[in-house]
Write a protein that binds this ligand. Sequence first.
Ligand code: FES
Ligand SMILES: [Fe+2]
Length: 326
Amino acid sequence: MLRNQWYVVLDSKELKKNKLLGVTRLGEKLVFWRDSNGDIGCIFDKCTHRGASLSKGRILSNNKVQCPFHGFEYDTSGKVTKIPANGKHAPVPNRYRVNSYHAVDKFGLIWIFWGENRKEYPPIPFFEDIDEKFKYDTFIDHWPVHYSRAIENQLDVVHLPFVHSNTIGRGCRTLIEGPIIKWTEKELQVWAYMREDDGSKPRKPEELPEPKNKALLHFRFGNIWQNRLGNAFRIFAAFVPIDEENTIIYLRLYQKVWRLPITGWIITRIANRIGNKKILRQDKRVVITQLPKKSALKIKENLIQSDSPIIEFRRRRKEMLEENNK
Ligand code: FES
Ligand SMILES: [Fe+2]
Protein backbone atom coordinates (compact mmCIF):
# COMPACT_ATOMS: atom_id res chain seq x y z
CA MET A 1 0.00 0.00 0.00
CA LEU A 2 1.07 3.47 -0.82
CA ARG A 3 2.98 5.28 1.95
CA ASN A 4 2.88 8.96 2.85
CA GLN A 5 -0.74 9.58 1.90
CA TRP A 6 -3.87 10.61 3.72
CA TYR A 7 -6.28 7.71 4.09
CA VAL A 8 -9.84 7.67 5.30
CA VAL A 9 -9.85 4.94 7.94
CA LEU A 10 -13.18 5.31 9.78
CA ASP A 11 -16.43 7.22 9.82
CA SER A 12 -16.33 9.85 12.58
CA LYS A 13 -19.39 8.30 14.21
CA GLU A 14 -17.54 5.03 14.79
CA LEU A 15 -15.10 6.70 17.16
CA LYS A 16 -16.97 7.42 20.37
CA LYS A 17 -15.86 9.68 23.19
CA ASN A 18 -14.04 7.96 26.05
CA LYS A 19 -13.83 4.65 24.26
CA LEU A 20 -10.79 2.93 22.76
CA LEU A 21 -11.33 1.51 19.30
CA GLY A 22 -9.02 -1.28 18.12
CA VAL A 23 -9.15 -1.91 14.36
CA THR A 24 -6.91 -3.22 11.60
CA ARG A 25 -6.16 -0.67 8.91
CA LEU A 26 -3.51 -0.78 6.16
CA GLY A 27 -2.37 -4.14 7.47
CA GLU A 28 -1.65 -2.80 10.96
CA LYS A 29 -3.41 -3.26 14.28
CA LEU A 30 -4.19 0.25 15.49
CA VAL A 31 -5.96 1.77 18.44
CA PHE A 32 -7.87 5.04 18.11
CA TRP A 33 -9.28 7.37 20.74
CA ARG A 34 -10.54 10.91 21.19
CA ASP A 35 -8.93 12.87 23.96
CA SER A 36 -10.70 15.56 25.96
CA ASN A 37 -9.23 18.31 23.72
CA GLY A 38 -10.92 16.72 20.72
CA ASP A 39 -7.62 15.43 19.31
CA ILE A 40 -7.49 11.95 17.86
CA GLY A 41 -4.92 9.41 19.00
CA CYS A 42 -3.81 6.64 16.65
CA ILE A 43 -1.02 4.34 17.84
CA PHE A 44 -0.03 0.70 17.32
CA ASP A 45 -2.27 -1.62 19.26
CA LYS A 46 0.55 -3.65 20.78
CA CYS A 47 2.16 -2.65 24.03
CA THR A 48 5.91 -2.23 23.80
CA HIS A 49 6.30 -3.98 27.17
CA ARG A 50 4.95 -7.46 26.57
CA GLY A 51 2.69 -7.18 23.58
CA ALA A 52 -0.78 -6.87 25.08
CA SER A 53 -3.48 -5.12 23.10
CA LEU A 54 -3.76 -1.49 24.22
CA SER A 55 -7.32 -1.28 22.92
CA LYS A 56 -8.32 -3.53 25.83
CA GLY A 57 -7.03 -0.88 28.23
CA ARG A 58 -8.61 2.43 29.12
CA ILE A 59 -8.39 6.17 28.59
CA LEU A 60 -7.26 8.01 31.72
CA SER A 61 -8.41 11.45 32.81
CA ASN A 62 -4.98 12.80 31.76
CA ASN A 63 -5.80 11.71 28.16
CA LYS A 64 -3.25 8.90 28.23
CA VAL A 65 -4.04 5.33 27.24
CA GLN A 66 -3.29 2.78 29.91
CA CYS A 67 -2.24 -0.75 28.97
CA PRO A 68 -4.56 -3.32 30.59
CA PHE A 69 -1.63 -5.59 31.59
CA HIS A 70 0.89 -3.65 33.70
CA GLY A 71 -0.46 -0.14 33.36
CA PHE A 72 2.10 1.54 31.08
CA GLU A 73 0.67 4.90 29.95
CA TYR A 74 0.90 6.19 26.37
CA ASP A 75 0.37 9.61 24.83
CA THR A 76 -0.89 10.28 21.27
CA SER A 77 2.66 10.23 19.92
CA GLY A 78 3.00 6.61 21.08
CA LYS A 79 5.50 7.48 23.80
CA VAL A 80 5.27 5.76 27.18
CA THR A 81 4.95 8.52 29.78
CA LYS A 82 4.69 6.36 32.88
CA ILE A 83 5.76 2.89 34.00
CA PRO A 84 3.88 2.37 37.27
CA ALA A 85 6.14 -0.44 38.51
CA ASN A 86 9.16 1.91 38.32
CA GLY A 87 7.47 4.59 40.42
CA LYS A 88 5.75 7.80 39.37
CA HIS A 89 8.94 9.91 39.40
CA ALA A 90 11.06 7.49 37.36
CA PRO A 91 11.98 8.99 33.96
CA VAL A 92 10.89 6.83 31.01
CA PRO A 93 13.62 6.21 28.43
CA ASN A 94 12.76 7.10 24.86
CA ARG A 95 12.91 3.52 23.64
CA TYR A 96 9.62 2.80 25.41
CA ARG A 97 7.29 3.75 22.60
CA VAL A 98 5.11 2.44 19.80
CA ASN A 99 4.48 3.86 16.33
CA SER A 100 1.84 6.51 15.90
CA TYR A 101 0.08 8.22 13.01
CA HIS A 102 -1.15 11.77 12.73
CA ALA A 103 -4.97 11.50 12.78
CA VAL A 104 -7.73 14.06 12.26
CA ASP A 105 -11.52 14.16 12.22
CA LYS A 106 -12.75 16.07 9.18
CA PHE A 107 -15.73 15.93 6.83
CA GLY A 108 -17.32 13.31 9.08
CA LEU A 109 -14.39 10.97 8.51
CA ILE A 110 -11.31 9.95 10.46
CA TRP A 111 -8.15 10.34 8.38
CA ILE A 112 -4.60 9.23 9.10
CA PHE A 113 -1.45 10.29 7.36
CA TRP A 114 -0.03 6.82 6.75
CA GLY A 115 3.68 7.47 6.74
CA GLU A 116 6.44 9.16 8.65
CA ASN A 117 5.34 11.77 11.16
CA ARG A 118 6.46 15.25 10.16
CA LYS A 119 6.17 18.89 11.17
CA GLU A 120 3.73 19.82 8.44
CA TYR A 121 1.26 17.68 6.57
CA PRO A 122 -0.18 18.09 3.09
CA PRO A 123 -3.83 19.21 3.00
CA ILE A 124 -6.54 16.59 3.39
CA PRO A 125 -7.52 15.64 -0.17
CA PHE A 126 -11.30 15.84 0.26
CA PHE A 127 -13.41 17.04 -2.69
CA GLU A 128 -13.72 20.82 -2.46
CA ASP A 129 -17.08 20.84 -4.26
CA ILE A 130 -18.76 18.77 -1.54
CA ASP A 131 -19.56 21.49 0.96
CA GLU A 132 -21.59 21.69 4.15
CA LYS A 133 -24.81 22.36 2.19
CA PHE A 134 -24.94 18.68 1.31
CA LYS A 135 -26.71 16.16 3.49
CA TYR A 136 -25.28 12.67 3.55
CA ASP A 137 -25.77 9.15 4.75
CA THR A 138 -23.05 6.53 5.12
CA PHE A 139 -23.32 2.82 4.39
CA ILE A 140 -20.42 0.59 5.42
CA ASP A 141 -19.65 -2.69 3.64
CA HIS A 142 -16.84 -5.23 3.97
CA TRP A 143 -15.41 -6.74 0.77
CA PRO A 144 -12.91 -9.61 0.77
CA VAL A 145 -10.71 -7.95 -1.89
CA HIS A 146 -7.54 -5.91 -2.07
CA TYR A 147 -8.53 -2.24 -2.09
CA SER A 148 -7.03 -1.72 -5.55
CA ARG A 149 -9.73 -3.98 -7.02
CA ALA A 150 -12.49 -2.06 -5.27
CA ILE A 151 -11.13 1.23 -6.63
CA GLU A 152 -10.78 -0.14 -10.14
CA ASN A 153 -14.38 -1.24 -10.11
CA GLN A 154 -15.44 2.37 -9.56
CA LEU A 155 -13.31 3.51 -12.50
CA ASP A 156 -14.73 0.82 -14.76
CA VAL A 157 -17.24 2.29 -17.20
CA VAL A 158 -17.62 -0.94 -19.19
CA HIS A 159 -19.45 -2.97 -16.56
CA LEU A 160 -22.58 -0.84 -16.16
CA PRO A 161 -24.98 -2.57 -18.62
CA PHE A 162 -23.90 -6.01 -17.37
CA VAL A 163 -23.42 -5.79 -13.62
CA HIS A 164 -26.17 -3.20 -13.16
CA SER A 165 -28.60 -4.32 -15.85
CA ASN A 166 -31.66 -3.69 -13.63
CA THR A 167 -30.40 -0.60 -11.78
CA ILE A 168 -28.07 2.21 -12.94
CA GLY A 169 -27.07 0.25 -16.04
CA ARG A 170 -30.60 -0.36 -17.26
CA GLY A 171 -30.82 0.58 -20.93
CA CYS A 172 -27.16 1.58 -21.02
CA ARG A 173 -25.56 1.30 -24.41
CA THR A 174 -22.67 -1.14 -24.53
CA LEU A 175 -20.29 0.64 -26.88
CA ILE A 176 -17.85 2.94 -25.11
CA GLU A 177 -16.32 5.97 -26.78
CA GLY A 178 -13.02 7.14 -25.35
CA PRO A 179 -13.19 7.34 -22.37
CA ILE A 180 -11.49 10.66 -21.81
CA ILE A 181 -9.10 10.73 -18.87
CA LYS A 182 -7.30 13.62 -17.27
CA TRP A 183 -4.97 14.00 -14.34
CA THR A 184 -5.15 17.23 -12.47
CA GLU A 185 -2.76 18.05 -9.68
CA LYS A 186 -5.17 16.41 -7.25
CA GLU A 187 -7.08 13.70 -9.02
CA LEU A 188 -7.84 11.35 -11.87
CA GLN A 189 -10.91 12.42 -13.83
CA VAL A 190 -12.94 10.28 -16.21
CA TRP A 191 -15.58 11.23 -18.79
CA ALA A 192 -17.52 8.27 -20.15
CA TYR A 193 -19.68 8.16 -23.30
CA MET A 194 -21.85 5.22 -24.25
CA ARG A 195 -23.62 4.81 -27.53
CA GLU A 196 -25.50 2.32 -29.58
CA ASP A 197 -23.43 -0.31 -31.34
CA ASP A 198 -24.23 0.61 -34.95
CA GLY A 199 -21.31 -1.37 -36.29
CA SER A 200 -18.87 1.56 -36.33
CA LYS A 201 -15.73 1.61 -34.23
CA PRO A 202 -15.69 3.44 -30.91
CA ARG A 203 -13.69 6.65 -31.18
CA LYS A 204 -10.40 7.00 -29.38
CA PRO A 205 -10.19 9.69 -26.68
CA GLU A 206 -8.22 12.00 -28.98
CA GLU A 207 -10.99 11.77 -31.62
CA LEU A 208 -13.61 13.04 -29.18
CA PRO A 209 -14.44 16.71 -28.64
CA GLU A 210 -13.09 18.41 -25.53
CA PRO A 211 -15.62 17.77 -22.73
CA LYS A 212 -17.77 20.73 -21.73
CA ASN A 213 -19.18 19.23 -18.54
CA LYS A 214 -17.34 18.34 -15.38
CA ALA A 215 -15.99 14.80 -15.24
CA LEU A 216 -18.25 12.02 -14.00
CA LEU A 217 -15.68 10.10 -11.98
CA HIS A 218 -13.00 11.51 -9.70
CA PHE A 219 -10.38 9.52 -7.81
CA ARG A 220 -7.86 10.85 -5.30
CA PHE A 221 -5.01 9.01 -3.62
CA GLY A 222 -4.88 7.48 -0.97
CA ASN A 223 -8.46 6.13 -1.16
CA ILE A 224 -11.37 8.41 -2.07
CA TRP A 225 -13.67 8.66 -5.09
CA GLN A 226 -16.76 10.50 -6.17
CA ASN A 227 -19.30 10.06 -8.91
CA ARG A 228 -20.54 13.51 -9.81
CA LEU A 229 -24.16 12.92 -10.69
CA GLY A 230 -24.76 16.65 -11.01
CA ASN A 231 -24.45 19.73 -8.89
CA ALA A 232 -26.79 18.46 -6.21
CA PHE A 233 -25.99 14.73 -6.07
CA ARG A 234 -22.79 12.82 -5.42
CA ILE A 235 -21.89 9.29 -4.64
CA PHE A 236 -18.76 9.22 -2.53
CA ALA A 237 -16.70 6.21 -1.53
CA ALA A 238 -13.66 5.65 0.63
CA PHE A 239 -11.97 2.31 0.01
CA VAL A 240 -10.38 1.57 3.35
CA PRO A 241 -7.60 -1.02 3.17
CA ILE A 242 -7.78 -3.52 6.01
CA ASP A 243 -5.06 -5.88 4.81
CA GLU A 244 -3.93 -7.40 1.52
CA GLU A 245 -7.21 -9.26 1.09
CA ASN A 246 -9.85 -7.12 2.76
CA THR A 247 -11.37 -3.70 2.24
CA ILE A 248 -14.14 -1.78 3.93
CA ILE A 249 -16.09 0.56 1.68
CA TYR A 250 -17.60 3.67 3.22
CA LEU A 251 -20.26 4.65 0.72
CA ARG A 252 -22.02 7.96 0.99
CA LEU A 253 -24.84 9.59 -0.83
CA TYR A 254 -24.55 13.38 -0.74
CA GLN A 255 -27.47 15.50 -1.86
CA LYS A 256 -28.54 19.11 -1.46
CA VAL A 257 -32.02 19.04 -2.98
CA TRP A 258 -33.88 18.00 0.17
CA ARG A 259 -32.34 20.10 2.90
CA LEU A 260 -35.01 20.19 5.58
CA PRO A 261 -33.61 18.73 8.79
CA ILE A 262 -35.75 15.62 9.15
CA THR A 263 -37.15 14.93 5.69
CA GLY A 264 -33.78 15.65 4.09
CA TRP A 265 -32.14 13.17 6.39
CA ILE A 266 -34.80 10.49 5.82
CA ILE A 267 -34.70 10.79 2.03
CA THR A 268 -30.90 10.66 1.96
CA ARG A 269 -30.85 7.65 4.22
CA ILE A 270 -33.46 5.71 2.25
CA ALA A 271 -31.82 6.48 -1.10
CA ASN A 272 -28.43 5.37 0.22
CA ARG A 273 -29.53 2.28 2.16
CA ILE A 274 -31.82 0.98 -0.57
CA GLY A 275 -30.60 2.32 -3.91
CA ASN A 276 -26.87 2.74 -3.38
CA LYS A 277 -26.54 -0.38 -1.29
CA LYS A 278 -28.22 -2.50 -3.97
CA ILE A 279 -25.87 -1.13 -6.64
CA LEU A 280 -22.82 -1.72 -4.45
CA ARG A 281 -23.88 -5.30 -3.73
CA GLN A 282 -24.21 -5.91 -7.49
CA ASP A 283 -20.58 -4.80 -7.86
CA LYS A 284 -19.44 -6.84 -4.88
CA ARG A 285 -20.93 -10.08 -6.23
CA VAL A 286 -18.58 -9.93 -9.22
CA VAL A 287 -15.52 -8.07 -7.90
CA ILE A 288 -14.92 -10.59 -5.10
CA THR A 289 -14.46 -13.27 -7.76
CA GLN A 290 -11.65 -11.44 -9.58
CA LEU A 291 -8.23 -13.07 -9.69
CA PRO A 292 -5.57 -12.18 -8.84
CA LYS A 293 -6.98 -10.50 -5.74
CA LYS A 294 -4.53 -7.64 -5.97
CA SER A 295 -4.15 -5.63 -9.14
CA ALA A 296 -0.93 -4.25 -10.61
CA LEU A 297 0.19 -2.69 -13.86
CA LYS A 298 1.44 -5.96 -15.23
CA ILE A 299 -0.80 -8.89 -14.41
CA LYS A 300 -2.29 -11.58 -16.60
CA GLU A 301 -5.30 -9.75 -18.00
CA ASN A 302 -6.32 -8.90 -21.56
CA LEU A 303 -7.40 -5.28 -21.43
CA ILE A 304 -9.35 -3.21 -23.96
CA GLN A 305 -9.42 0.46 -24.99
CA SER A 306 -12.17 1.37 -22.54
CA ASP A 307 -10.16 0.02 -19.60
CA SER A 308 -7.94 3.09 -19.89
CA PRO A 309 -9.02 4.64 -16.52
CA ILE A 310 -7.96 1.43 -14.81
CA ILE A 311 -4.64 1.35 -16.65
CA GLU A 312 -4.03 5.00 -15.68
CA PHE A 313 -4.79 4.25 -12.03
CA ARG A 314 -2.37 1.30 -12.08
CA ARG A 315 0.32 3.26 -13.87
CA ARG A 316 0.21 6.18 -11.45
CA ARG A 317 -0.02 3.89 -8.46
CA LYS A 318 3.06 2.00 -9.56
CA GLU A 319 4.92 5.27 -10.09
CA MET A 320 3.92 6.52 -6.65
CA LEU A 321 4.79 3.21 -4.98
CA GLU A 322 8.28 3.52 -6.43
CA GLU A 323 8.58 7.12 -5.20
CA ASN A 324 6.91 6.78 -1.79
CA ASN A 325 7.68 3.25 -0.60
CA LYS A 326 11.46 3.30 -1.02
S1 FES B 1 2.11 -5.59 28.34
FE1 FES B 1 1.49 -3.54 28.49
S2 FES B 1 2.21 -2.85 30.36
FE2 FES B 1 2.90 -4.89 30.24
FE1 LIG C 1 -20.64 -0.78 -10.47
